[in-house]
Design a protein. Structure first.
Length: 91
């Protein structure tokens, strides 16, 4: 199954961003995880069909109403990712 990793930068912590990502990914049928990073960015790792990953990427660029996404960086997913059977929020 294809996987992608993004780093979302801007005002993306303390605005419901992780919950927004989990809800959107769950609706799209994706598995993976979302977590805050120490530098105030958010990391998203998702696995699923390419067209659904594209839809999630579009949502990440906008975020929830209180967010202000400045940059979305697409990175290589880590080797051997274990995304489980759902979409989780990590701390």
């Amino acid at each position: 199954m294809p996987a992608r990793r993004w780093i979302v930068e801007g005002q993306v912590q303390s605005v419901g961003f992780r919950w927004f990502v989990r809800e959107r990914a769950t609706v799209l049928g994706l598995t993976g995880t979302v977590r805050n990073l120490p530098d105030a960015s958010v990391e998203v790792i998702a696995s699923g069909p390419d067209e659904k990953l594209d839809e999630l990427e579009t949502a990440l660029r906008k975020g929830p109403p209180a967010a202000d996404v400045h940059q979305l960086r697409k990175l290589e997913p880590p080797d051997g990712i274990e995304t489980g059977s759902g979409f989780t929020i990590s701390r």
